[in-house]
Design a protein. Structure first.
Length: 380
């Protein structure tokens, strides 16, 4: 009984954090349906286009004219701090917090990439960066596209940035506070803070741009909870990046009061949100299941975001492995958020002891997803 009350208190605390985040969104008028010009993320930073293109469709600016056939591929380039953690985490006994406390340079590196994430996340379409963020502190995707019109062939290359994968698989200053390193108060966060996530922006040349390029934007949220304590926080984060979804599919296994649920959903989202108060099946490819809907509802010119947090490790891993092993899915999904409950001493008070493997396996799993061209993020 005492353990259950403790879990309920932690859950209530998490919901209060998310609720305050949503209040900020409403106050700033950046919630879906209220996105202003000042809230749009710029398409270019330092001359590098921050967009993610699908393979095998027409070029955006030629959608209404003569099309050009093209081939596109990407290369994921992890930051050196990510490579170091991929190596360190091979040791199953590695203590993430102890390592951070013993190596202040690790905190300095985290501070640098967090500052870069904040700078890029706060960039507005009608503003110029006074101080260009040091993008060398981030991991990146390098995209190559060659296309042909008649006898002419053109090759393009661009880069988009993403937060590096590190030993604390959430906000880097939420769990292990470093010694002898001064961390700004605005960067000390709760374990549910999502400011460390660098999202796919909706820029001038983004495939996610509705109307301009013909593609639509989809969000699939598995483990949505009530709107204000789950889905709303992610929509808020995307709204601040200038992304508004055309269709949203959300699943929640726990019992939900439908009237209360819909009372908290903004009216402008009612026609776009499909809410299923049922559990996700153990076979994610069954008719009506999330991955089947991704295949049936989306196309290569669409922007597809996918969040996975259903607290059922076996089903979650079935879904992730299906994405990794099925090229049709990995080419459709642009961005993925996954709270992977790997075996972790520092998270045991929330997750307990799981049957999953440790930190090394978790980091390698997300590295594999990113190597497929998917912007994979650890979700808190």
């Amino acid at each position: 009984m005492k353990e259950r009350r403790t879990k309920e208190k932690r859950k209530a605390w998490a919901h209060s954090i998310i609720a305050s985040h949503l209040a900020f969104c409403h106050a700033s008028k950046v919630f879906p349906g209220e996105v202003t010009t000042a809230a749009q993320t710029a398409a270019y930073v330092g001359g590098k286009c921050l967009v993610h293109r699908k393979r095998g469709s027409k070029l955006p600016h030629e959608r209404h004219g003569r099309s050009a056939l093209y081939h596109e591929h990407s290369k994921y380039v992890p930051h050196e701090i990510e490579l170091a953690w991929l190596d360190k985490a091979k040791d199953p006994e590695v203590d993430t917090c102890e390592h951070h406390r013993a190596h202040p340079e690790e905190a300095e590196a985290n501070l640098k990439w967090m500052n870069a994430v904040q700078s890029l996340s706060n960039l507005k379409a009608d503003e110029e960066l006074m101080d260009t963020p040091d993008e060398s502190n981030l991991s990146k995707f390098v995209f190559y596209r060659s296309y042909k019109r008649g006898t002419n062939r053109t090759t393009e290359q661009w880069t988009e940035w993403i937060e590096p994968l590190v030993g604390i698989t959430r906000h880097p200053f939420s769990l292990c506070h470093p010694l002898n390193v001064s961390i700004p108060k605005n960067l000390i966060a709760s374990i549910f803070n999502i400011d460390y996530l660098l999202l796919q922006p909706d820029g001038k040349e983004s495939i996610a741009s509705r109307g301009r390029h013909g593609g639509k934007k989809f969000l699939f949220d598995l483990g949505t909870n009530y709107f204000r304590t789950g889905l709303g926080a992610l929509l808020c984060k995307y709204s601040m990046a200038g992304v508004e979804f055309d269709e949203i599919y959300a699943w929640e296994a726990g019992a939900v009061n439908r009237q209360l649920y819909w009372d908290n959903v903004p009216k402008e989202l009612h026609r776009r949100l499909h809410f299923y108060n049922i559990p996700v099946s153990a076979d994610p490819m069954n008719t009506g299941e999330p991955l089947a809907l991704v295949l049936n509802k989306t196309e290569r010119d669409d922007f597809v975001a996918f969040k996975l947090d259903i607290d059922s490790p076996e089903i979650e891993m079935n879904i992730v492995q299906s994405i990794l092993n099925n090229p049709a899915l990995s080419e459709l999904i642009d961005e993925l958020f996954f709270e992977y409950h790997y075996e972790s001493p520092i998270m045991a008070q929330w997750w307990g002891h799981t049957k999953e493997k440790g930190l090394g396996h978790a980091l390698r799993l997300f590295y594999r997803l990113r190597s497929k061209g998917i912007r994979a993020h650890f979700w808190p």
